[in-house]
Write a protein that binds this ligand. Structure first.
Ligand code: PMP
Length: 407
């Protein structure tokens, strides 16, 4: 027995997924050519699994801002903002984020994961309640585990269940914090936020929305689901990440809550970790500007999402409930999913593989994410490859397709 023996089962599962060059959990990109193309196992590959929704990782202005920041401020901050001080860029980015969301306060974290760890573990303490959608991201669950509040789960996207659960604790003295996501990362579905906001208001709870996958995607100005649903005033805390539409790494929270700044001393995952390096802060600031000023990115993203979603659905694939930049195809079992994933990769298409229990429906998912930078041609090619592999593996049948199989 070794200290790692408890992971034997996990190790066997990982091994069954195949050797390193064919294992979906070990994929390595030899080179990245652009925000939509890379090289895997020496082969040119279309990237359809990046979360790079606006395609800004190669934005020339963002790259320039990043390079210039390295030259002026160095490669890293080498410390925590509380213990070792902030750089002006951290403060400026917080002001920019607060202004973009129309909020008084902004706080930047080293990852989106840490933003959720911080907010969930700190906002709700002893005697308080966290009421989480059951499909919440791991960072939300982990934040709940790190804190001392009582955790209550409600059925995914079910406002009636949320109301029932809040009703049971309505006379309890503690604060109640409801947590939902703008777009859920596995199936691309959105929270019924207008109904959830109404319940939150009626029951006197607080509401935190994680807009990780919806910032830059939803809303006329790209502020996310709360903007699209017209309920920003009901959202007490917005959490988000820089690792998706902003093309870098990091996380944030914005709020109008008086006294918000005390969280800088209270959030352990903020206090006890190093702050983001200047290059990341600078490219994020530039990409936020682009996100704010260039609405055509969102229009293109929406068109691309519709093209991929409609295309895969018409072929007979089992996709999520609504078109969004996350389009996931459900398949019956893990063996089939791994073979399908490998056939796509060999055909020059990279997507994500998500396996239960990380999936909401206990079925494996071939998860794609689309970008404003994909061309209609790339999307057509991806759909064609899905069709070809889907027919070969018996996941869809050529005779039932609502579109002809294109070469
Ligand atoms: N929230 C959600 C909903 C996410 O999907 C993710 C990452 N996929 C995170 C938070 C964490 O973000 P990051 O990758 O910046 O740590």
């Amino acid at each position: 027995m070794s200290i790692l023996s408890k992971f034997d089962q996990l190790a066997r599962t990982a091994e069954r997924l195949g050797p390193a060059d064919a294992n979906p959990l070990r994929v390595t990109f030899d080179r990245i050519i652009s925000s939509t193309e890379g090289v895997v196992n020496g082969r040119n590959t279309m990237l359809f699994g990046t979360n790079n929704y606006l395609g800004l990782t190669f934005d020339p202005d963002a790259i320039e801002a990043s390079v210039s920041a390295v030259r002026r401020f160095g490669t890293g901050t080498t410390g925590s903002r509380v213990a070792n001080g902030s750089y002006s860029g951290h403060r400026d980015l917080e002001l920019d984020l607060a202004a973009f969301f129309g909020r008084k306060h902004g706080m930047v974290f080293s990852t989106g994961y840490q933003a959720n760890l911080s907010m969930l573990s700190t906002l709700a303490g002893h005697g308080d309640y966290l009421i989480l959608d059951s499909d919440s991201h791991a960072s939300i669950y982990d934040g709940a585990r790190l804190g001392h509040a009582e955790v209550i789960r409600f059925r995914h996207n079910d406002p009636a269940d949320l109301r029932k659960r809040l009703n049971r604790i309505k006379d309890a003295p503690g604060s109640k914090l409801v947590v939902v996501e703008g777009i859920y990362s596995m199936l691309g579905d959105s929270s019924p936020l207008a109904e959830i906001a109404a319940i939150k208001r009626e029951m006197g709870a607080y509401l935190l929305v994680d807009e990780a996958h919806s910032m830059g995607v939803l809303g006329a100005q790209g502020r996310g689901l709360a903007e699209q649903a017209g309920v920003e005033a009901d959202v007490d805390f917005i959490v988000g990440t820089f690792s998706k539409s902003l093309g870098s790494v990091g996380g944030f929270c914005v709020s109008d809550m008086d006294g918000f700044d005390i969280l800088r001393l209270a959030c352990r995952p903020y206090v006890f970790t190093a702050s983001l390096p200047p290059a990341v802060i600078a490219s994020t600031q530039q990409s936020l500007r682009r996100l704010r000023d260039d609405a055509s990115l969102r229009t293109r993203l929406r068109d691309n999402a519709n093209q991929l979603y409609d295309g895969l659905r018409a072929l007979g694939f089992h996709v999520g409930p609504q078109a969004s930049p996350i389009v996931s195809v459900e398949v019956d079992n893990a063996d089939l999913a791994v073979r399908f994933w490998n056939a796509l990769l060999q055909g020059g298409l990279y997507v994500n593989l998500a396996l239960p229990p990380a999936t909401p429906t206990s079925k494996p998912l071939l998860r794609t994410s689309i970008s404003a930078a994909h061309t209609p041609r790339q999307i057509d090619a991806a759909i064609s490859l899905f069709a070809q592999v889907g027919v070969e593996m018996g996941v869809v049948s050529a005779s039932q397709m609502r579109v002809p199989l294109v070469a």
